[in-house]
Ligand binder design. Sequence first.
Ligand code: SF4
Length: 360
Amino acid sequence: MKYFKRYQTKKINVGGVIIGGGSPIAVQSMTNTDKLDWNAAVRQIKELQEAGCEIVRMSLPDIETAQNVSKIKKQIKIPLVADIHFDYRIALEAVKQGVDKLRLNPGNIGGQENVEAVVREAKAAHIPIRIGVNAGSLKKVRTINNNLLRAKALSSAAMEHIHILERLKFYDIVVSLKASNIETTVEAYKIFASKRNYPLHLGITEAGSIFSGNIKSAAGLGIMLYDGIGDTIRVSLTADPVEEVKSAYSLLQSLQLRSAGIEIVSCPTCSRTEVNLIKIVSEVEKAVSKMKNLKKLKKPLKVALMGCIVNGPGEAKDADFGIAGGKNCGILFRNGKIIGKVSPNKWVSKLVSMMRNYRK
Ligand code: SF4
């Protein structure tokens, strides 16, 4: 987006994906398969890859799960992040197994010796660490009854973990400061971004289902992204993680921060609409979601589906092409100029074929 400046952050390499320093905002998600079924994790990660996920995180609750990391890594193409709580030995195993990043809070993995052991191995393997503070799991934050004060406490909590790593001369750090309340989250990130330049992983935690979670995440992440804060995002949803990736791209695309390839725009319909636009749009979106290699598009493609000829072509004139509905027909237009007619039952196939040809 041209109209705001992103905060300048340090560049961190996560298994070949650069986070921060003005790099494209990386899209992340997290697996939710059975902890010991590593084949299921591979299958899910492949689906996430296909959807455009760039970094995937996996919880490693015990050593047995961590021991599967190298088997998983061999079959996937995107960097794998190990999510670890409390047990430094799992972190050591994950590093040994070739994980690309650790998500842990150094203040929570035991004494100084444990932290030193993890930092030593992470340094040797050039693996960054994400410090992820979460308002719900920090008693001293949770008990504060004021969003702004909670935000300050959240940022201070992150700072305490950072100091532990910095004292060991470890600076390969990414930070997240999540809460389920938007004001707390936004203010915590703002406070942190004004103080330090470590890249920021954005998310609204416990956001909810596909519907409510998307709205809450779009509101919260949208405010921060518009302010130039954020280097990587995860839209947390109680849903198939592929949905998180789709939502993340849609959000970044709506802010012109990333291009997911094809953007479908459509009108809300009104009494002028004489075609079943709602059904047609959903069919086109389904077809687009199945199209592969969208990232290979030379430039983002905007396709419009409008309900009437009176306003459709004009309102959607910045679309590359589209169709506006008439009585039992559709007017095909390109860059606002009418180029032909299409009957309603051919809208989907016509647009899909034009999108395919556009890619060549
Ligand atoms: S484009 Fe036409 S059908 Fe769609 S909302 Fe506008 S006036 Fe109504």
